[in-house]
Design a binder for this molecule. Sequence first.
Ligand SMILES: Nc1nc2c(c(=O)[nH]1)N[C@H]1C(S)=C(S)[C@@H](COP(=O)(O)OP(=O)(O)OC[C@H]3O[C@@H](n4cnc5c(=O)[nH]c(N)nc54)[C@H](O)[C@@H]3O)O[C@H]1N2
Ligand SMILES: Nc1nc2c(c(=O)[nH]1)N[C@H]1C(S)=C(S)[C@@H](COP(=O)(O)OP(=O)(O)OC[C@H]3O[C@@H](n4cnc5c(=O)[nH]c(N)nc54)[C@H](O)[C@@H]3O)O[C@H]1N2
Ligand SMILES: [Mo]
Length: 786
Amino acid sequence: MESETLLTTMHWGTYEVSARNGRLVSVEPWSGDPDPSPIGRSMLGTVQGDLGVSRPAVRRGWLEGDRSGVNGRRGGEPFVEVSWETALDMVAAELNRVRAGHGNSAIYAGSYGWASAGRFHHAQSQVHRFLNTIGGYTSSVLSYSYGAAEIILPHVLGSTDGLTGNHSTWDGIEAHSELIVAFGGLPWRNAQIQGGGAARHEAMAALQKAVGNGARLINISPVRDDAPREVKTEWLPLRPNSDTALMLALCYVLISEGFHDEAFLARYCTGFEAVRAYIMGETDGQPKTPAWAAGLAGIAEDEIVALAGAMATKRTMLMVSWSLQRADHGEQPYWAAITLAALLGQIGLPGGGLGFGYSSTNGAGRPEMGFRWSSLPQGRNPVKDFIPVARMADMLLNPGSSFDFNGAAMIYPDIRLVYWAGGNPFHHHQDLNRLVEAWQRPETIIVHEPFWTATARHADIVLPITTPLERNDLAFSNRENLVVAMKQAIDPVGEARDDFGIFADLSARLGTSGAFTEGRDADEWIRLLYEQARDNADTAGVEMPSFDRFWQDGHADLVRQVMSQTLLGAFRADPEHHRLATPSGRIELFSATIESFGYDDCPGHAVWREPREWLGSDLASRFPLHLLSPQPADKLHSQYDHGSVSRAGKVSGRAPLWINPQDAAARGIADGTIVRVFNDRGACLAGAVLTDGLVPGVIQLPTGAWFDPTEPGYPNSLEKHGNPNVLTPDRGTSRLAQSPTCNSTLVEVSRFEGAIPPVTAFDPPATLCLADVPGMPGAQPHHKEA
Ligand SMILES: Nc1nc2c(c(=O)[nH]1)N[C@H]1C(S)=C(S)[C@@H](COP(=O)(O)OP(=O)(O)OC[C@H]3O[C@@H](n4cnc5c(=O)[nH]c(N)nc54)[C@H](O)[C@@H]3O)O[C@H]1N2
Ligand SMILES: Nc1nc2c(c(=O)[nH]1)N[C@H]1C(S)=C(S)[C@@H](COP(=O)(O)OP(=O)(O)OC[C@H]3O[C@@H](n4cnc5c(=O)[nH]c(N)nc54)[C@H](O)[C@@H]3O)O[C@H]1N2
Ligand SMILES: [Mo]
């Protein structure tokens, strides 16, 4: 085959990919990207490397009849390779057995995860659509990213605008902001990513422009490096999880100095009186003074007073990162930030007000395209059971038990079969030792994966999946005006197939082929999705070329119609005609709805509730370091951790643990020391990196190292690679949102003594062929089918 260069899109960027004689030879950033991400290079050497799942594989114990789960040791047994025919027959039979015996709600297929960019081969859409055609499944709601925000914001602002889209655009910030206060900072590393595909990385240029125009930028975070790259920033270090206390104290200063905007509060908000009485200490006897907050946040009293003064006298934009709500009582910093912004009275003005996640991805602050992209229709799920996504291990461990969620009393369904396509729960879930235990409960676990990740290793049936380079697809993503024809660059690796093809064949076995495929093959679906997007674009006055023209050109650059917007600008201009979708139609600083739920951990207005785990709690006497586990700079979550870009950042093969020199010296730790990080939930190894860019008492271990326990399949063995989720708590934010709290974790760190166990996460698992399993009927020779 001759050499060919094609364009492809990943969540971290758009790349020019070349293959020669069937081998991938280069991955270079697309020339149109002003600030490309290096992550793309990690596809070289991995997509066609030895960690790909090459044939369908079945856990040996499962093949031998182990369905009890309790005695099974998922994660600790070898796999037996089988033919596609055998594997698909097994999957179809299991789906039928579980459906017939327990009903479709016994199938859990929330299947959370990012999978790959590409509209058609979106794994979650595929698995949901397939299961909906056969009677449905227990689903999940919310995300690990911003679950607490997804629940609190609609109560307070009437929607999630300003969280996942419809942010105030950068142009207004560049032109008007005089002060930008960034809670959780604005790290460049996270703005590399755009879900569904990144094209032009522009977030950092926008920040540079805003600061170049004279805006003062303050990074309020325990970590100095949360400042954006190459932008003049002041650092106001604070104790993790204390932002709510700081925000309430800023409100206190505004009120006691008479700086709060009474006209704004009267016209656009309800419930100011209730939250005012709380802030001033009238309801609980504790005024939320700067002195009070200083003791909690570790920021000097006069700095809090000065910051409040600056906010009140300048056009001030509050930027709150998503990370703040991934913590105990994570609803509160968001509600408190809205309360603070309402007191400042600049909501709806360009360069003022607030927004969430400005550099949590590349998209925030870029104008919307003004029309909807199309996506694969998922159909209707007849099963009504669902969970908030992060309650997954709880559900598996406690079938039939009850829990509260956003005003509802809920019951966990009894799950017998788990189906996962496009996610890595052994990356994303908290308290992985608890998950190892919970994961033994179901009768059957089916996973679709391109690579031997921990989730694949903990499955009963693993089906090998292509990466985007091995199939045709189509990329369009929110707030990007580039549409990419993601053409297949190489042959599928081993016997890998795409999720769609697998579900099409399963549908044929289950008699639902017509409903699932609607008679279309993958290329016909891609053309249809493009035509639908083109119709939507056309209605909004945006021109897209014909499909054939587009496919021939390889991409299309669209003209933006919307250029500028301000969050809640229309509401500010005319609150009667642009009522918010809250009960009062206004910003609810007090919510009678939330108050009526009667939750002590989330009452009717923003409050300070001490986190169950933080530097202020008793537990800190045993575990005196607060662990933050942010997103990794050199990859997306766990994806391509085995690639060159991620491996270059490891310390003796382990994830890098940032620690202050003061904390390190007290423990005899030097740069490069292999350390043991531990608490009552688990322990992992990591490689120390000394930096004074962290406040003492705080350490940082990014997520993404492939889970690598010393004794796979058994909880509480030492994790060798530096996966922070063996340490994080599996607790909901509150009874309101039940969302993840990974950023509320206490640990201790010590030098690791003794022989350092090697990392084995990057060794492919042992696989046998069917003929090697004694007593198995239908034994087949171990070779590729014709
Ligand atoms: N401690 C801690 N934990 C966290 C977080 C944190 O801040 N701290 N952050 C959380 C957040 S915000 C998130 S979003 C989650 C992310 O968690 P996940 O989204 O589960 O993580 P990924 O590593 O992106 O997993 C995607 C998987 O899909 C596979 N894949 C890729 N393409 C395809 C495909 O076409 N088909 C199939 N079937 N599979 C495919 C990849 O190989 C990969 O294994 O992690 C959460 N966990
Ligand atoms: N390179 C890269 N970028 C990514 C991802 C990735 O995996 N890799 N994942 C993407 C995804 S799915 C998501 S959801 C977003 C997440 O985006 P974010 O939630 O914004 O990202 P994090 O890296 O978890 O946290 C940002 C910073 O918040 C700070 N922080 C933590 N706790 C506190 C606190 O209590 N108070 C304050 N003030 N600061 C705190 C930490 O120092 C951390 O560096 O990132 C996206 N971007
Ligand atoms: Mo996320």
